[in-house]
Design a protein around this ligand. Structure first.
Ligand code: ZN
Length: 90
């Protein structure tokens, strides 16, 4: 029997991690990861880290950059990572 509330498609990383931790922690991680945004430095497209299949939890670094596969550009781009709940960090 599958649980009635089957989660939306998760990335492998998300499935792996959320299967290891208690549900409450997994939900907290998801909230956290949704609040963190990455923005393509080339075209400005913005998505939450959760949406791109990532997990960010208890990490409060400033001015961090990462490489993503931008859906708008269609290739690997440098992207800015920031916490959307804290406008000052951008
Ligand atoms: Zn882009």
């Amino acid at each position: 029997m599958k649980p009635p509330l089957s989660p939306p498609r998760l990335s492998l990383t998300q499935r792996f991690i959320t299967s290891l931790v208690p549900r409450s922690l997994a939900e907290d991680m998801e909230r956290h990861s949704r609040a963190w945004k990455i923005r393509c430095c080339t075209c400005g497209a913005e998505r939450s880290i959760w949406d791109v299949g990532g997990i960010r939890y208890k990490a409060y670094s400033k001015g961090k950059y990462t490489l993503i596969r931008c859906v708008s550009c269609g290739c690997l781009r440098r992207a800015e990572v920031y916490d959307s709940r804290r406008p000052g960090t951008r």
